[in-house]
Design a protein around this ligand. Structure first.
Ligand SMILES: C[S@@+](CC[C@H](N)C(=O)[O-])C[C@H]1O[C@@H](n2cnc3c(N)ncnc32)[C@H](O)[C@@H]1O
Length: 222
């Protein structure tokens, strides 16, 4: 059964400000997302490796806006993105980050990384083909010490639990003491991993994406 639309306001669990609650039906989400919903590259990569890619649809602009809006990006010096795919979040991050910031985007897919390098020519972007499992080594290779924020689009639900826990431990070590870890996922597997490791955790849900997504904002790794 489809959920009914919900509207109203609530106090943001992140910045304490009043914010609109907008959820819409799946059909409206399809119509509202004016950017192309399909990408030949995303579909090819999904069928090549469905467990790693997780979805054949790139993120919607609604998902990007909901995920990035609560965070203040203007003072960030180093951001790491896990699983940039076709680069929807990457470009939105670059639009928000200061001129002297660095954005390290790590993806296991060679095709996604070539696409990102060709389409997103920005001197702040470092696009690396590799695994988020090796985040500490990849950061060191590029002279990056600590990240102010990690944004993850990884499908944690398809990872063996031990690997997911190790990846999260390494991510905490890669973050500055007051760093953020942001994650979006179809399923909730990443929630308990974050709750165990961060002092503060806020959650959300975005219907206007295919598939609809759980959102997590974790602050201050402990
Ligand atoms: C759900 S897609 C997200 C794509 C894109 N961020 C978006 O929202 O449209 C997951 C991405 O994670 C990548 N990926 C999967 N496992 C990875 C890993 N261990 N390290 C880095 N990237 C990984 C996949 O290749 C894919 O690009």
């Amino acid at each position: 059964m489809r959920p009914e639309p919900l509207q109203g306001r609530r106090v943001s669990p992140i910045n304490g400000k009043s914010e609109a609650i907008v959820t819409v039906s799946f059909e409206k989400a399809l119509i509202a997302n004016r950017k192309p919903l399909l990408s030949g590259l995303a579909i090819r990569e999904f069928f090549r490796n469905p467990l790693a890619v997780g979805s054949a649809f790139p993120a919607s602009r609604h998902l990007v806006e909901s995920m990035l809006a609560p965070v203040d990006w203007k003072d960030m010096g180093c951001v790491v993105e896990y699983g940039p795919g076709t680069g929807i979040f990457t470009r939105a991050l670059l639009a928000r980050l200061p001129d002297d910031a660095r954005l390290l985007a790590i993806d296991t897919s060679a095709a996604f990384i070539s696409h990102l390098r060709e389409r997103t020519r920005d001197r702040r972007l470092i696009a690396v083909r590799g695994s988020a499992d090796n985040v500490l080594g990849i950061m060191a290779d590029h002279g990056l010490d600590r990240a102010d924020c990690i944004l993850s689009g990884l499908p944690f639900s398809t990872m063996p639990p031990g690997r997911a826990a190790r990846l999260m431990d390494r991510s905490c070590r890669a973050l500055a003491p007051d760093g953020w870890l942001l994650a979006y996922q179809m399923r909730r597997a990443v929630g308990p991993l974050l709750a165990r490791r961060f002092a503060r955790l806020a959650t959300g849900f975005e219907w206007r994406n295919i598939p609809p997504c759980h959102l997590y904002w974790a602050f201050r790794p402990g």
